[in-house]
Design a protein around this ligand. Structure first.
Ligand SMILES: Nc1ncnc2c1ncn2[C@@H]1O[C@H](COP(=O)(O)OP(=O)(O)OP(=O)(O)O)[C@@H](O)[C@H]1O
Length: 267
């Protein structure tokens, strides 16, 4: 098993609590797993704890209880480099996740520094290969982020995420800020990379339609708890919990409204 999340609890301080130390639970007894080459969707409404769970899974925050293991090793802020290198992340907000003062070549130079002993020529070749992998040519090398479209910049973020050949990528609302037609292109790119590089994904979203397009399995997160899991996407229409049904209903309504929506419709 690539990733194993076991009985995770997470609390935060209440900002306006009566008592200074008052805390509230954001994640409650969350367990899930991810196999190599799989895409697991985590769906839930705003505030259900998806991004918090994501931050714990990449080791940038610490859980209050439970364990998260990647290839059998605990991930944490202090985890050694070899474990952290197995994980990458792509966020929703592509423009703030890159330094606007750096050219694309420098943005991609950053992660490949881990490959010690690469000559300048070899590094440049690697960067161009990365760009090509995400469907961009070397003409983008010397542009600044503001000189790219949203879809192109998200491709650069994906190139940066795959640069270290991670075992899994956390995609936190990675397509949500893009136009619908561009969303489909990025989903197709992610599917292609998953097959070519055998990468696994955790796909955090509130969009069930995108889940049906890319995910092999999905878990429903409500108020910090996993309330339902679907292991076979063909069974999605048979979800039992009212919350899951409501998300399904919302996705169907959205599909009906978006006539030009190219993502496979949920029947
Ligand atoms: N650092 C923090 N300190 C205090 N509360 C936090 C912190 N991070 C998140 N929260 C709270 O935890 C809850 C879950 O937030 P989280 O961002 O994980 O939800 P989400 O499902 O990703 O929501 P969205 O889809 O809107 O991004 C929310 O009530 C949020 O306000």
């Amino acid at each position: 098993m690539l990733l194993e999340v076991k009985n995770i609890y997470k609390t935060y301080k209440r900002p306006f609590g009566m008592l200074k130390k008052e805390r509230f639970e954001v994640l409650k007894d969350v367990s899930l797993f991810l196999y190599e080459g799989e895409c697991l969707g985590i769906i839930g409404e705003s505030g259900s704890g998806k991004s918090t769970l994501g931050r714990l899974m990449i080791g940038v925050e610490k859980a209050d209880g439970g364990s998260i293991r990647i290839d059998g090793k605990e991930i944490s802020k202090k985890a050694d480099k070899s474990i952290k290198e197995k994980v990458s992340v792509v966020f929703q907000d592509y423009s703030s996740s890159v330094n606007p003062r750096l050219k694309i070549i420098d943005i991609l130079w950053e992660p490949i520094k881990v490959f010690e002993g690469l000559s300048q020529k070899e590094s440049l070749h690697k960067i161009i290969t990365l760009l090509e992998k995400v469907g961009l040519s070397k003409e983008y090398l010397y542009r600044y982020p503001h000189q790219l479209s949203g879809g192109q910049l998200q491709r650069v973020c994906i190139a940066r995420a795959i640069a270290t050949s991670p075992k899994f990528i956390l995609l936190d609302e990675a397509i949500s800020s893009l136009d619908v037609s561009i969303q489909v292109q990025i989903l197709d790119l992610l599917i292609q990379l998953k097959e070519e590089m055998r990468i696994s994904y955790i796909f955090i979203t509130h969009d069930l339609t995108a889940v049906t397009y890319i995910c092999d399995r999905v878990v429903f997160l409500k108020e910090g708890r996993i309330i339902e899991e679907v292991d076979d996407m063909k069974q999605l229409k048979n979800v039992k919990e009212p919350y899951s049904k409501a998300l399904l209903y919302a996705a169907r309504a959205m599909n009906a409204r978006e006539e030009s929506y190219e993502i496979q419709r949920i029947s």
